[in-house]
Design a protein around this ligand. Sequence first.
Ligand SMILES: [Zn+2]
Length: 261
Amino acid sequence: MCPKLNRTLAAAEALKLWRLYGFTSPKQLVIESLAMARGMLVMDGQLDSSAARLVRSGDIGIARISDRIREPGRRKFAIAHEIGHWELHKNQSQLLACTDEDMLARYGASRLEIEASIFACSLLMPEHLVVERAGGRRPTKTVIDDLCSYFGTTLTATALRFAETSNDYYVFVLSENNRIRWWRASDSFGEHELWIDNSTVLPRNSAAACFFRGEAVPTEPQPIDLVAWLNNLPGIDSDTVIEQAFPLPAYGQVISLLWLP
Ligand SMILES: [Zn+2]
C-alpha cells in the first residue's frame, strides 16, 4: 500500500537541516552548498520538458536544473524541491523528473511532488522566521517584497507561504486567463466551509480582473464584496474582503491575497 501524504514530516525534515547546520537566518543557507553537504551535486543544463531532474546512486546524486529557469528565486526553489526528494524519498525513487507544475504542487500532483514542495517551502521559509519577519503586518506589496528579498524567494512562493503560516484569515489565489487556477486558505478558514471551484471566472470588480482586461492593477489593497470572491461563509461577520493583487506579467498570472478587514 502506498504511504499517505505526510505534510508534517516533510516540514519537520526541512527544519531538521536548519538545526543540523546551525542556520539562524536565510542568508546562511546557501542552497547549492547545502545540496552538496547532503551528497547531491547541482548542475544547470538543458532539459526538455522538466524543470529539474534528480538521479540518485546510493549516497550520491545529481540534481540537474533547467537552464530555462531564469529567476534566481525559482531556481533556488527548484533545488530546494530536489533536496526534498533527496531527503524524503530515498527508498521510493532513484530517478525523478519534476515539472514546473510540481514545483509549487498543492493539488492534483503526486504525493512525492507535494511533499517535496512542502519541504522546499519550509526549508527556504521556516514558519517561525516568516511570522517574525512579517511582524503582524498585512501582506501589502511592500511587506511581500520585503519577505521576498529577506528569504530570496519568488513572489508566488512567498505569498503562499505568508497565507499558510498565518493564524489569521487569508486566502491565496492564483489566476490565469481571468479564471482561478488554484487557491489555498489559511487554516482559520477550515471551520467556515470555504470552497472555491477552480476555473471560476474572477469577480469583475476584483483587482486581479483588471490585469486580464489590460487595465492598471491597483498597487494598494482594495476592499471588495466578500460574496463575490468567497461565496457565502457561515460564521464570518463581514461583507467585504481586502484584496492585494500581485501581477506576474511574465507568466500571464496574477496572485491575489485576500483577508478580512
Ligand atoms: Zn519533484
